[in-house]
Design a protein around this ligand. Sequence first.
Ligand SMILES: Cc1cc2nc3c(=O)[nH]c(=O)nc-3n(C[C@H](O)[C@H](O)[C@H](O)COP(=O)(O)OP(=O)(O)OC[C@H]3O[C@@H](n4cnc5c(N)ncnc54)[C@H](O)[C@@H]3O)c2cc1C
Length: 506
Amino acid sequence: MKLPSSHQPEAIGRIHRPSPPSPSKGAWQARDDAHPGRIHRPSPPSPSKGAWQTRSFWLARESYAPQPSLDTSTRCDIVIVGAGFTGLWTALMLYEADPALDIVVLEAQVAGYGASGRNGGFAMTMVGRNIYDLARKVGRKRALATHLAMRRALAEIEAFSVKEGIPADIANTGVLTVSNGPEQDVRIRQDLDAAGQLGLDDFEALDTRQCQELVRSPRLRMGHFERDCLLVDPAALARGLRDAALRRGIRIYEQTPVDQVHEIAGHRVEARTPFGTVHADRALLATNAYAATIPALRRFIFTIYASIVLTEPLDTGQWERVGWERRMGVEDKRIMPHFHRPTADGRILWGGRDAPISAGPPNARYDHLPRIYARLEESFRWNFPQLRDVRFAHAWSGPVCGTLNGFASVGFLGASERIAYALGYTGHGVGQTKLAASAAADLLLTRDSPLLDLPLVTKAPMPVGPGPLRPVGLSIASWLQERLQKADDEGTDRGPLVKAALKALQ
Ligand SMILES: Cc1cc2nc3c(=O)[nH]c(=O)nc-3n(C[C@H](O)[C@H](O)[C@H](O)COP(=O)(O)OP(=O)(O)OC[C@H]3O[C@@H](n4cnc5c(N)ncnc54)[C@H](O)[C@@H]3O)c2cc1C
């Protein structure tokens, strides 16, 4: 199949529509094709060597030597497309299950180039929108099984990183979830009730004073503290996973974009790249938001551009003004939440709030969104008025793979079960990718396992809408989100239309 020579990106919600990117400048090429597993790539592979370094503070922090590109056709047992957390953890889980497996990972750019090297570094137990949402949508038994599986996944991330000596500044700090307004108070109580009904003892209710003792902000009204949450340097973790995989003999080819993944007569698969073809028994698509060009997957995923601003290192006096001795991650309960955390080198990372949605795959034009950074800085100053003198030094954005109900999905494309996929973590994939990878490894090895009963695998994805309806459906979802947030911020009624639409979506 020949790639199209140009591609008009679909309408972008809530940011100005750009002029179409030129393929010669690295635009993602997309084509609707009814064949499962066909995949498209950025073309040409990389605008310039080292372009990844400009994508986040984390990716720029240390120098990095990519693995060589594929230079000839080859054979293996399992080929994985994408070297983010999903692809790398799955490769490692497959190796753990059977060290004799020959595994190849193909990455269009470098390990961690996507969301994995750009995120806030919160590895949380969260699946769905929160513990209340999880219990409501999958029932108590499955919610409990999922939560406990996530706790194990976080423990495994930490243990593996320690064992392998991965310098990802992993800190087991827990996460403080806070309310800044009456609507958010309700959500805090809902989480606590849900956790209580599941019999969990890992959510602690906190009043205003207790919240403000942990982090000094006059905006905090109440909250809960969940003890299981890691803070990580995400790019260092992705690179550490890459190195651990290489030490095990897993072959990783970076700067090797995959054009197509084909199934051959239901018996084997081929992953085609400009430099050669990888022939394998099975394949995993671990391309997250970039999978939005694959018709069977784009049915239920879309791209959300999430943003982060990062301060300069705070001095001792500035840290004293904010307290925060336990240095935990903090997230608020807005519909479009803020998340913030200290970094190991003494900065504050502040992210979230506005997150434009696109019906198409990630477009590197949205890797830098200055209008959003200005609004993030504004909400940082609102939250921490005592830190007016703290300056911002870095800002970046990246593609999150969204689903309408906030649930990730692991499964097969097509009845012959040769091509699997794992994606859709909707902004909470640092922890979930570990669980998804374990489930994907079980699927690929056709091993029975309790993980295959989790909603991640069994819950049918919620369709976004086909063809031309897709951008319309997403624009409505985006409008709904903004209206809800506005009503919350202003303390006004949501209105009957918004209430009805919300009910239909839930
Ligand atoms: C700004 C931001 C903040 C976030 N904060 C958090 C947070 O604090 N906590 C949390 O849990 N989650 C967070 N997330 C989400 C989290 O980062 C993701 O859920 C997670 O990293 C997904 O990992 P992945 O491996 O599935 O996808 P990705 O990391 O996106 O990896 C996909 C990889 O596939 C490669 N690829 C794509 N197409 C091809 C092709 N054709 N051929 C070869 N390779 C290809 C890409 O280059 C990329 O490296 C955040 C995301 C962003 C953007």
